[in-house]
Ligand binder design. Sequence first.
Ligand SMILES: NC(=O)c1ccc[n+]([C@@H]2O[C@H](COP(=O)([O-])OP(=O)(O)OC[C@H]3O[C@@H](n4cnc5c(N)ncnc54)[C@H](OP(=O)(O)O)[C@@H]3O)[C@@H](O)[C@H]2O)c1
Length: 214
Amino acid sequence: MRIGILGSGLMGGKLGTLFARAGHEVVFSYARSEQKLKRLAREAGGHARAGTPRDAARDADALLLAVHWSRIEDVLNQAGDLSDKVIITCSLPLNASNTALVVAHTSSGAEALAERIRKAPIVAAFGTVPSEVLFSVFEARRRANRPSLVYCGDHEDAKQVAAGLIRDVGFDPVDAGPLRIARYMEPFSLLVGQLAYEREDGPELAYRFERWRR
Ligand SMILES: NC(=O)c1ccc[n+]([C@@H]2O[C@H](COP(=O)([O-])OP(=O)(O)OC[C@H]3O[C@@H](n4cnc5c(N)ncnc54)[C@H](OP(=O)(O)O)[C@@H]3O)[C@@H](O)[C@H]2O)c1
């Protein structure tokens, strides 16, 4: 699959690298330095290149939106026409100091995006784990008990695409339902962030949901 990365920072840089290592064609875009995008592409291997947001979007089957909430409008404007692209967002609607959700309770960042980008299906995924755990999860992907990763969206085909990528990175995808469930997922991401960054055991944290059957 062809995947455009809109925002090549901690999340986009790592997820793009893992998508490339899983065999996808990846275009890294939207960082303040072109050198950084080129380095990411080089280190990700043969299936990756650097480009502008417009390059990343042009032939993409799926796009990963991985920017700070304050940069969403800018990166979308640079990306151009996104009609019918699967948009996977890990971006959380956080304020400038990353301390509070600016959209919550009665909506979510993912739903606000769906309002903004009406012609493309949105899936919320990957925002519930810290970037620091991604490479370790990928390395452990052949283990039996994979960590969970929740995702949600209103378009079944787009959700299948996201579930495939979640599996490629090494997680067990958990379909949480329609896009409005992002109202629960986004605050959950802050809980995971609290456990990852405010405790002494380090940020390499993932979670696993289990159904208990007698
Ligand atoms: N980090 C996590 O563990 C984590 C976990 C869950 C969800 N999230 C969410 O995922 C999203 C991305 O987070 P992140 O930690 O990956 O952010 P980040 O490391 O700051 O990456 C954001 C990217 O946007 C680029 N950027 C920022 N301002 C720009 C500008 N003016 N022009 C061009 N590029 C610009 C940055 O460029 P540079 O590379 O030059 O800095 C970087 O590549 C956020 O919404 C965050 O809330 C993050």
